[in-house]
Write a protein that binds this ligand. Structure first.
Ligand SMILES: Cc1cc2nc3c(=O)[nH]c(=O)nc-3n(C[C@H](O)[C@H](O)[C@H](O)COP(=O)(O)OP(=O)(O)OC[C@H]3O[C@@H](n4cnc5c(N)ncnc54)[C@H](O)[C@@H]3O)c2cc1C
Length: 279
């Protein structure tokens, strides 16, 4: 494993905000994890940081990156094991090369497989768990276990992996035959047209409340385009916050609070954050 001290985290959050961390550790194989965790009081697993806002002050924690765990193993008949550190885009590419189908709707999500599994990420009516049979995790006792999907609590943008503080090591996927190349193209074009990909952002800031779209509630509350310091509710996608290059951690936090307040006042609905905040 590689250990870096007083390591600046700005490039590890897609919001491009972040202070110096006590430690940043890059794991090279899964067997290193149990021993390492026994010694650590506090840690945070960081994937591609595409859903995580980091404080720009000193980060008194150890970040663990699993990005070197990025293998795909073919198990036959559409089944593959994928390690948590793999970029999700590379899984889509593999699906294309091997004519596998099932998660095309998620094309363009910039996270790692671990990040997506952690929060049951999804798009356009599909979720990553739709094609997962089991996940390999490190549990709270530091044991590596494979848990079948049926035994896991999974919800909209939520899994018990988060509550239990488990670490995702890999996931076992089962795909159908017949990769939908045109669908992937269509979805990627939609993302380019509707999302402010040219600016630092963390995707959707708030979850969609049952029966509503957060983006619509934000527009109706008059909060689209609202700007605090260098952080702004995007004009391209009302539920995305963009950083104009000068945003601080506090700018983003204050903007989130203000938008929540405006939406609550207008609609009576309490928006729930989708992004993860590390203070
Ligand atoms: C432009 C853009 C578009 C997006 N579109 C979508 C979308 O359509 N749908 C969607 O669901 N999301 C979307 N997102 C959000 C984000 O990409 C996903 O949530 C993704 O799953 C996060 O992965 P990550 O590796 O970047 O996670 P990070 O931000 O690094 O981490 C997120 C959380 O997962 C935890 N985590 C990461 N890896 C592990 C692991 N191996 N074990 C345990 N915990 C882990 C972290 O500790 C953290 O709490 C978008 C983001 C952006 C910037």
């Amino acid at each position: 494993m590689r250990i870096l001290e007083n390591y600046n985290m700005k490039k590890h959050s897609n919001m491009k905000i972040g202070g110096d961390a006590r430690k940043f550790i890059e794991i090279e194989n899964k067997e290193e994890l149990p021993e390492l965790l026994k010694e650590l009081k506090s840690y945070f697993i960081i994937g591609n940081g595409t859903n995580t806002l980091l404080n720009d002050k000193y980060l008194d924690t150890t970040f663990i990156s699993l990005k070197k765990l990025n293998k795909i193993t073919d198990k036959g008949e559409g089944r593959i094991n994928v390690e948590a550190g793999l970029d999700f885009g590379k899984l889509i590419k593999y699906m294309g090369e091997n004519n596998l189908s099932g998660l095309e709707e998620l094309a363009g999500i910039p996270g790692t497989v671990g990040g997506l599994v952690f929060m049951n990420g999804g798009a356009y009516g599909k979720e990553i768990f739709d094609c997962i049979e089991s996940v390999e995790i490190l549990d709270e006792e530091k044991n590596i276990k494979v848990i079948p999907k049926e035994n896991l609590k999974i919800d909209y943008r939520k899994t018990e992996i988060k509550e239990n503080h488990w670490i995702i090591i890999s996931a076992n996927f089962k795909f159908e035959n017949g990769y939908k190349k045109d669908l992937v193209k269509e979805i990627q074009t939609k993302r380019e047209n509707n999302q402010p990909l040219e600016m630092p952002n963390l995707g959707s800031t708030f979850k969609n409340p049952k029966g509503y779209f957060a983006a619509r509630l934000i527009i109706e509350a008059g909060a689209q385009g609202l700007k605090i310091g260098g952080a702004q509710m995007s004009m391209k996608h009302p539920n995305f916050i963009v950083n104009d290059g000068t945003a601080t951690f506090d700018d983003v936090i204050n903007l989130i609070a203000e938008v929540k307040k405006m939406v609550k006042e207008k609609s009576g609905i309490e928006l729930e954050r989708e992004i993860i905040i590390l203070r």
